[in-house]
Write a protein that binds this ligand. Sequence first.
Ligand code: NI
Length: 438
Amino acid sequence: MEPCAYTAKVMRILIRGVAVIPRPETGVIPKADVVIEGRRFAAVAVGEEVSGPFDRIVEGEGKLLIPGLVNAHTHLAMTLFRGLAQDRPLMDWLEKEVWPREKRLTGEIVHWFSLLGLVEMIRAGTTAFADMYFFMEEVAEAVEKAGVRALLSYGIIAPTPERIEPELKKAEAFAREWEGKAEGRIRTALSPHAPYTCGPEVWKKAVGLAKELRIPIHTHLAETKEEVERFQAQTGRSPVEWLEELGVFGVPTLAAHGVHLSEKDIEILAAHGVHVAHCPTSNLKLACGIAPVVEMLKGGVNVCLGTDGAGSAGDLNMVEEMRLAALLAKVKTGDPQALSAPEALGLATWRGAVALGWGKDLGTIEPGRRADGVMIRLDQAHLFPDHDLLANLVYAAKGSEVDSVFVDGRFLLLAGELQTLDEEEVLARCRELAKKFR
Ligand code: NI
């Protein structure tokens, strides 16, 4: 095999004169020169000359550079179900509309609708995400092609005993095959779908396997009030207490939603270092409730942000999720100071990176960190004036201002042009394939 150009030579890129938010708590540096060497940031220089030569110079004037956004919970290929049978309760929607259609999925469909989700996510500044679904090889190939970073897992649903072994085998085979692939951009997890779709045997086996493979668990948890009430009635425990008893939290765990949690649940999640992916749009649209984000953060839980699938959330836009998370935290606590703009940005960046297992490498723009970043065009009426660009990013930006996106120092979107994916082809194929799923 020919060595790729990437490994043959270390590319040096200069992003010149750009406004930067290196990490949320440092606020905005109005003008800096950012140097990328190979896959990592090499310098964030303010008021000093950076020395060349550079293989590429990207003009940063009029733009804001932020760390790549991390979508910590989604199901990419569910873009197929966007707009379909909407405005329904979660279980009714899943049982009557989604699950019957998911039986008709093919690898081809999952591949193209994953690419559709990737086009949407890259265009709105997402550089890394966590996904659980079916036909995950197809999702992984789409991720490899697009150039993004992902924690991927096969979604195990085993309501009956005979489903347990085949489901676990599929999940294990995928995890073994794809861990560390795409030059390390793909990592894998095990995903029993939820406490209500997988019994104790599945969970125990999944935990054993996760320990053996040294990979995390990614699941859904305490999404609806009904789920929690049913668990209390059937087991005398909350879903969180039930999973703890099974020893699930002995493995690094990423749990989506966490809408209905008791004080004790929050203590348990914090004690075991469980990461919770808050999915505000999906929770609102399905009327699940508002997750106790501020209480979790105060209790020491690492909370990150996710969109959930486009079928339940409508879209895959992390800029919108950031804004919504901040607004909901304020209205839930009655405190306008709750979840400030920098904190909301933290949920969408470094906290997500930690949750996906990339905490040491990702989430901030600092020398030595992986070069994953997003440049936002500031020449937009709704982002004027520039009193506080971080506040504007959280409270006014839409995601459509994203101009350029890079992962590992490689541009996936440059000046509004996708570099790795053929958007026209993706839209054309998805348009055709969608017709069979009305
Ligand atoms: Ni989900």
